[in-house]
Design a protein around this ligand. Structure first.
Ligand code: FAD
Length: 466
């Protein structure tokens, strides 16, 4: 039987990064993956394919709607070849997951393909074509998550679908009903909206992206409405029924009246649930909590001392970069180091266009905690860079402590916000004040000038360009 210092179960961004860091630190490492390709949800059916389709559909929309105003004329009609678009997405996925195979080899990590299942706290059975058993002094559970559902919805994976099927549709929906106005629903909704579908979003809460700052929800809502999204907040879905090729969604609106939506596809994007099926966690003495997450302490250690858990399967934001940080954290803990993660500084991003990005506290959180703060906001439309590319929507908002001026939260909607948020993370990691950021030179013309201007607005309400 092969023996390891560390076995990692699951090869998503949490698992494969943990394995690499363990190997870098000199531990003999194995990784177990039940799917044929490495990379987990993120690389196979999450972050990467969704961004590939967002990029392709963005190009199409530009060609149809914006090329002309740039003085670019295309003779004849611009057409979508969905099959080709999906094939390109798959090629990106294949290349990326193949890259993980390379990284495993490079770091001398043994890859086992099959379902990992605990026999006890130090032995893992691996089922599948090459069934075997390994011994591991320590194990990192990184089994991720699966789409969740409402109890009364029958997801048939044809017309009533999850994000996984939405990434490989064979036709463009005429009317896509999206249940859930969170990140995944809006990103995939925008893909098909750009390709010509009518898109209706049905959201239970009173606003889309309800976990983010209310100002971001409001701005994104405004922009998506301009893009002809139909957004129905405060709607409680009661039933989803398929009749032939039609899907009928019934919901109660704010007034308690029944509303009916008829479409040809319904994307159920109501969140994700931790995945531990088949893991046989009990055999290793690993406890799950009432939400099905693997219970961990502040060291990400489970109820079994030699077993840790990271990523979507434990508490916290379900994000690839959070999973990665946790992977590194556990590897370094196992090596006797004292790593640290500041969960307040894990950025959140929505890759719609304009993009939405945030880090730190929202205004709602600061109010609730009774923190005295000041806010500086700068509109993207006041930037030369925005006018050059015609990306006028959005703003940057910086929240800073009223007394010390320390930045407490940064919230933005706008072109390339997903990349711009990194500046805010760096500033907050070093506990910068709004004035610190406002005094740093930002290249002109760039979208990041909105960060400098918002910092000036937060410091002493003295932005230069409005
Ligand atoms: P996962 O990536 O879910 O990987 C878990 C792996 O474990 C899987 O490969 C699974 O097959 C394997 N596994 C499970 N049980 C076993 C077992 N017993 N034995 C062997 N193998 C097992 N996050 C972002 O940060 N940015 C984004 O842009 C983004 N976009 C997304 C878009 C979509 C459509 C979706 C669905 C998700 C998106 N996410 C995004 C979320 C992101 O994918 C997850 O947060 C991330 O993948 C979690 O990583 P993980 O390592 O915890 O688990």
């Amino acid at each position: 039987m092969n023996s390891y210092d560390v076995a990692v179960i699951g090869s998503g961004p949490g698992g494969y990064v943990a394995a690499i860091r363990c190997a870098q630190l000199g531990m003999k490492t194995a990784i177990i993956e039940k799917y044929s390709t490495l990379g987990g949800t993120c690389l196979n059916v999450g972050c990467i394919p969704s961004k590939a389709l967002l990029d392709s559909s963005h190009h199409y929309e530009d060609a149809v709607k914006h090329f002309e105003e740039h003085g670019i004329e295309i003779p004849g009609d611009v057409k979508v070849n969905l099959e080709k678009m999906i094939a390109r997405k798959q090629a990106v996925v294949d290349q990326t997951t193949g890259g993980i195979d390379f990284l495993m080899k490079k770091n001398n990590i043994d890859v086992y393909r099959g379902m990992g299942s605990f026999k006890d706290a130090t032995h893992i059975a691996i089922s599948g074509e090459e069934a075997t058993e390994i011994e591991a002094k320590n194990t990192i559970i990184a089994t991720g998550s699966k789409p969740s559902n409402l109890p009364f919805i029958n997801i048939d994976k044809e017309r009533i679908i999850t994000s996984t099927e939405a990434l490989k549709l064979k036709e463009i929906p005429k009317h896509l009903i999206v249940i859930g106005g969170g990140v995944i629903g809006l990103e995939l909704g925008q893909v098909y909206k750009r390709l010509g579908a009518e898109v209706s979003v049905v959201e239970f809460m009173d606003r889309i992206i309800p976990t983010m700052d209310a100002g971001l929800s409001k701005e994104l809502n405004k922009v998506l409405k301009k893009q002809k999204f139909k957004i129905n907040a405060s709607h409680k879905v009661k039933s989803v029924e398929r009749v032939g090729d039609e899907v009928i969604v019934k919901a109660d609106n704010k007034k308690g009246e029944e509303v009916e939506f008829k479409g040809d596809y319904c994307l159920v994007s109501v969140g994700r649930r931790p995945y531990t099926d088949g893991l046989n966690a009990e055999a290793a003495g690993v406890k799950l909590n009432e939400r099905g997450q693997v219970e961990v302490n502040e060291h990400l250690q489970t109820s079994a001392a030699n077993i840790y858990a990271i990523g979507d399967v434990v508490k916290g934001a379900m994000l690839a970069h959070k999973a990665e940080e946790e992977g590194v954290f556990v590897a370094e803990t196992l090596a006797g180091q004292k790593p640290h993660i500041d969960y307040n500084l894990i950025p959140g991003v929505v890759y719609t266009w304009p993009e939405v990005a945030a880090v730190g506290k929202t205004e709602e959180q600061l109010k609730e905690a009774g923190v005295a703060y000041k806010s500086g906001q700068f509109p993207m439309r006041a930037l030369g860079r925005s006018r050059a590319s015609m990306d006028l929507d959005g703003f940057v908002k910086i929240l800073a402590d009223k007394t010390t001026d320390e930045i407490l939260g940064v919230h933005m909607v706008g072109a390339r916000a997903a990349d711009m948020i990194a500046e805010a993370v760096v500033a907050m990691e070093y506990r910068a004040s709004a004035e610190d950021v406002s005094r740093m030179s930002h290249a002109h013309p760039t979208f990041t000038e909105a960060i400098k201007e918002a910092a000036l607005a937060a410091t002493e309400d003295r932005p230069l360009h409005i």
